[in-house]
Design a protein around this ligand. Structure first.
Ligand SMILES: [Mg+2]
Length: 221
């Protein structure tokens, strides 16, 4: 199993963004912020926005948490300035417990993330590290900034697959939350893409979708 980090293991911290957007009438409810991330990702995918373009995401996010229409432009701009890479740190509780179940089942795991050089340290705090340790053991954690290649370029997986010499690439799944970044890149790399789609925003699409990482645990039990 290979996992994307943003949107699969962690989300932009709602305990930071909640109060930030409450100023503009947005909700501080954690579940509304969780929902807003996937609303934003769906909008981003629909617009075929590039990895570096978050305008569509920001606008969809602030609308989803209930920011007043008249404040959305300003709130989206503030969100854009605040949601920098170090705020991608709020651990999705279900994902954390699912990783424990994968580990118990002996499933080899890794992370492949478009990031900014921070992802390994962030994961080590409370989710996962390479090799044995206090968190879930990964064979490899790939940060696009560190390796110099980013999704949707499938070459980023060249930095992960050598850690799985005992597994056929076609039997390796990559779970991501972006159609444009994750599904296409994994398919092009010859591994099996799966979209984490907790709210069925992408119902009817041809690729495999799951609501939670727990949906996959059964396949390995
Ligand atoms: Mg992601």
């Amino acid at each position: 199993m290979l996992f994307d980090a943003g949107g699969v293991l962690v989300l932009p911290d709602p305990t930071v963004l909640g109060p930030l957007l409450a100023y503009f009438g947005g909700s501080t409810d954690l579940n509304q912020h969780r929902r807003a991330h996937y609303v934003g990702m769906k909008a981003k995918s629909d617009a075929e926005a590039s990895e570096s373009s978050w305008d569509v995401y920001n606008r969809a996010y602030v609308a989803s948490v209930g920011v007043d229409v008249s404040d959305r432009n300003e709130a989206a701009g503030v969100l854009d300035r605040t949601r920098y890479h170090h705020t991608w740190r709020w651990v999705i509780p279900e994902s954390r417990t699912a990783l424990d179940r994968f580990a118990s089942a002996g499933v080899p795991m890794g992370v492949v993330s478009n990031a900014s050089g921070q992802i390994e340290a962030m994961l080590r705090r409370e989710i996962a590290q390479v090799g044995p340790g206090n968190q879930v053991e990964m064979r490899v954690i790939v940060d696009s900034h560190v390796v110099g290649v980013a999704k949707p370029d499938p070459a980023i997986f060249d930095h992960a697959l050598p850690s799985f010499p005992d597994v056929e690439p076609a039997r390796i799944a990559y779970v991501g939350d972006s159609v444009t970044m994750d599904i296409a890149a994994a398919a092009a790399a010859g591994i099996h893409p799966i979209l984490l789609d907790p709210y069925d925003d992408h119902a009817g699409e041809v690729f495999e979708r799951i609501n939670s990482l727990h949906d996959l645990v059964a396949e390995f039990a």
